[in-house]
Design a protein around this ligand. Sequence first.
Ligand code: HEC
Ligand code: HEC
Length: 399
Amino acid sequence: MPNFASRRKISTVKLEKWVVAGICVSGIAAAISSCGGGGGSVSSTTGTTGSPPPAITTKAQLGKALFSDTSLSTPAGQSCGTCHSETKDFTDPRPGPTSEGVIPGLFGFRHSPSIRYMAYSPTFVGDGGQAGSAIGGQFWDGRAPTLTAQIPVPILNPTEMNNASTAAVVAAVQAGPYAKPLENLYGASIFSNPTSAFNAIDDAIVQFEHTSEFSPFTSKYDAFLAGTVQLTASETRGLAVFNGQGGCAGCHTSSPSLDGTPPLFTNFCYANLGLPKNPNNPYYTIPAKYNPLGANFVDIGLQTTTGNPGDRGMFMTQSLRNVAVRGPYFHNGIFTTLQQVINFYNTRDLGGFPTPEVPQTEDLTELGNLGLTQQNISDVIAFLNTLTDGYTPTPAIRY
Ligand code: HEC
Ligand code: HEC
C-alpha cells in the first residue's frame, strides 16, 4: 500500500507552535465561523502498523509495550489499551457508554475518546475570559494541557487504574519485563529516583502516541486528496453537504492546514451542542463515595478547566477520522449510530429530543435545524466512511 503519510513534511519531536489565540469563538459571537484549521507536526518513530512487536530498541517501542502493560493498575489487570484498544480506533471495545475501571462496578462519567491524532492537539490555550475561545489540550474538557500531563490522570484515578501513587507504578515496572529496556533507554540509574522513573515511563508512552500508528493518514479521503482515487457519487455529494449545508467543516476541518498537514477533521475548539443527559450513563449508579450527586450530576465540561461559567457544558470537537469504526458517540456516549448523530444535528430544534444538560451555553447558530434530507444524511455517512484508515484500493477486475 502506498504510504500517503510520507507526503507530509514530518518534523521531529516537538509540535510546532502554530496556535493563534482567539481562533475559536463559538455561539452568537461567531458572526463568521472563525475557527481555524488544526494542524501541527508530529514525529514518526516506529515501524508499520500490525507487524509483530519488535525487540525494544526505541522509546516509542517501549511506550507501546507499556501502553498494553496490565501491571500499571492496582490491582494488576488494566492497561491504557483496555479503554483505548487499537482494535476499535483506540476506544473502549467493551459495550456501554462509559468505561469500567480496574475495580469492578466503578465507571467513569465520560466516554473513552479515540486517542488517534491527539498528538496533533496543540497545548491547551485558555479562553482569556472570552467564553468558547479555548483551544487544544487533552480530555473532553482540555484539563490536561499536553499528552505528558494526561498520563498520570488515569493512572491515579480510583475509577480507572486506581494506583495510590506514581511510585506504585514505578515499582510495578521495575519488577517487570520492561525494567531493563527503561534503564537502557533512559539511563542505568533511572530507578534511583521514582519521579525520574515515572517521567521516563510517561515519556515513552508519549513517544508511542507520536508514531504513525496513532496518526496513519491512510484513509480513502487521503488517497483522494493525493489524487490516486475517486470518490463515489454518494461520497462526493456527502462531502459537499459536509462542507456546505451541513456546516460540519466549520468545526471538523476538512482541508489541509497551511503547513501541509492533511485535514484532521477537528479544529480542537470547544462547543456545547445541546446534548441531553444520557440516562444510561452507569456513572449515575456508582457508590456515593465516588459520585455523591448520583443522577443529578451535571457534566460542566470546559468550565472545569477555565473556571469561566460561559464555558459550561462545552466539549472538545472530535476528529472524525475513523469515526465509522468507533462509537457510541459524544462525551456521554448517548448515540450509537452515525444516523442518530446526524439526525440530532439536523433536527435538534424541531422537538423530539430531551432538554440539553447545560442549556445556558448551547450553540444555537451552527446546528439544530439543518434541513437535510435522508438522502443527504446517507451521503454524509458514506463520506464519513472514507475517513477510515487502512484504505486499500479495490483492484480493477480483469476478465
Ligand atoms: C478506565 C478506562 C481508561 C483507561 C485505563 C485509560 N483511559 Fe485514557 N481516557 C479515558 C476516558 C474516559 C477519557 C476521557 C476523560 C475525560 O475527558 O475526562 C480518556 C482520555 C484520554 C486521552 C485524551 C484524548 C482526547 O481525545 O482528549 C488520552 C491521550 C488518553 N486517555 C490516554 C491514555 C493513556 C496513555 C492511558 C494509560 C496510562 C489511559 N488513557 C488509560 C479512559 C481510560
Ligand atoms: C459548532 C461546531 C460543530 C459543528 C458545526 C459540527 N460538529 Fe460534530 N462535534 C462537535 C463537538 C464539540 C463534538 C463533541 C461534542 C460532545 O461530545 O459534547 C462533536 C462530535 C461529533 C461526532 C462524535 C464523535 C465521537 O467520536 O464521539 C460526530 C460523528 C460529529 N461530531 C459529526 C458531525 C457532523 C456530521 C456535522 C455536520 C452535520 C458536525 N459534526 C458539525 C462540534 C461540531
